[in-house]
Design a protein around this ligand. Structure first.
Ligand code: NZQ
Ligand code: ZN
Length: 386
């Protein structure tokens, strides 16, 4: 058993009709609120109006148009508003992109230079505004973690910013708000949750408890995603996906285990930085190829364990079950409507060499992954995914 730290400071308000509690949660934090949101889904659903009406006792400002794969330019705009308007609280309403951007704004508001400096060097983060969020998409787990992911199109970099000051103060997770998520993003979100789980499950040393947490996460997503896609208003399916989302990245799944190098995320972030694809879609395409790359006689028992406990596969031949588990994973992603090739989402091999070169600047070495992946390994996975 490996030593571990676990700190989960965010208050989760999970379930229907919890937004009535929002004003009392915000009140002790201040009176001037910057509401941040994306391209308009919360206007269309009426959520923005509802929230604004409930906050009529506060002074409200808005930052709209935060992009999927949020850009540093939006962070700069948000930090500038915070400084000019003396904002007390950030209220992010939307998916992981809105919340991630808001996390960078929170520390950018107290920084004199360019907020991108803080992404490159988190030791420069000394203070952050309190963040409250209303999450509307089950995927990233940003509502329950201390990280965000920001893209700089000028440098073709998509980087994680992780700092304990960036955990939301409170997250409102109402599954009914995710019922309007279209099938594409429902599927991509499911793939993201599964990938967060795979990244922490397939490591050198596990333990019975967190192997079980991970397997339960995977069974939940595999069972509930097709239901949510077929019947978008199915509250129970949306609730189970949203709950799973929140536990994917909060570090609960990795307690007592070997550290993970998060290889699929490392590779996907490089692809997104150049091609702006949907994060979960990129992960779903890469994952089966990373699994095949990682399968050998030493790792087969873990893949077979996954096959038996998640896919209910039976039989005595460990390698056969391991291969079948990987095939089932690929088939599942196809069945929920995700393309199986990077070329299907407009990716070419033009930047593969740059991507492979850039990974070591942003991630712990992939040579520490479940099966070590060197530069050639990254290129092999990328080419096989094309
Ligand atoms: O922008 P709006 O109009 O709100 O539309 C969004 C967006 O177009 C839409 N959407 C969100 N909620 C909706 C909805 N549409 C209808 N009804 C709703 N209820 O969905 C689209 C995608 O939203 P986005 O926020 O981009 O998706 P997601 O939550 O998957 O976030 C992806 C970003 O998070 C990063 C990814 O790399 C990517 O940049 N990640 C963040 C992590 C974290 N903070 O811990 C970890 C992840 O591994 C990931 O890297
Ligand atoms: Zn992810």
């Amino acid at each position: 058993m490996h030593n571990f730290n676990l700190y989960l400071p965010t208050k989760l308000f999970f379930g229907q009709n919890r937004l009535s509690e929002l004003p009392q949660v915000l009140k002790p934090l201040g009176s001037r609120i910057l509401i941040t949101y994306g391209g308009g889904s919360i206007i269309k659903s009426g959520l923005l109006d509802t929230v604004k009406k409930s906050l009529r006792d506060f002074t409200l400002f808005e930052l709209s148009g935060i992009e999927p794969n949020p850009r540093i330019t939006s962070v700069r705009d948000g930090a500038a508003i915070c400084k000019k308007e003396k904002i007390d609280i950030l209220l992010a309403i939307g998916g992981g992109s809105v919340l991630d951007c808001t996390k960078n704004i929170a520390c950018g508001a107290y920084y004199d230079g360019d907020p991108w400096d803080l992404v490159l060097d988190t030791s420069k983060i000394t203070r952050a505004l309190p963040i409250v969020d209303i999450i509307t998409l089950a995927a990233t787990g940003s509502e329950y973690d201390a990280g965000g992911v920001i893209t700089n199109l000028e440098t073709n970099e998509k980087r994680a910013i992780i700092h304990s000051l960036l955990s939301p103060y409170a997250s409102f997770c109402d599954p009914s708000l995710t019922q309007s998520v279209p099938a594409w993003h429902t599927a991509a979100g499911a793939a993201d949750i599964m990938s967060h789980t795979f990244e922490q499950y397939f490591v050198k040393d596990g333990n019975i408890l967190t192997d079980g947490f991970c397997e339960a996460m995977l069974r939940t997503v595999i069972q509930m995603t097709p239901v949510a896609i077929k019947d978008p208003n199915n509250y129970e399916a949306r609730a189970q996906l949203l709950m799973a989302s929140s536990f994917g990245c909060c570090n609960l799944l990795c307690i007592g285990r070997s550290a993970s190098a998060w290889p699929c995320h490392a590779i996907e972030h490089e692809i997104s930085a150049f091609h702006d694809i949907t994060h979960g879609v990129g992960l779903a395409i890469i994952t089966p190829h990373w699994m095949r790359y990682s399968l050998n006689t030493e790792t087969a028992p873990k893949f077979a364990q996954y096959g038996r406990n998640v896919w209910n596969l039976t039989g005595d031949d460990t390698m056969v079950i391991a291969r079948e588990a990987i095939d089932r994973t690929a088939q599942f992603f196809t069945e929920i409507g995700i393309p199986s090739k990077l070329s299907d989402v407009g990716v070419t091999d033009k930047h593969f060499e740059e991507m492979a070169d850039h990974i070591p600047q942003c991630w712990s070495p992939l040579t520490d992954a479940f099966v070590p992946i060197d530069r050639n390994g990254v290129l092999e996975i990328l080419k096989n995914s094309l």
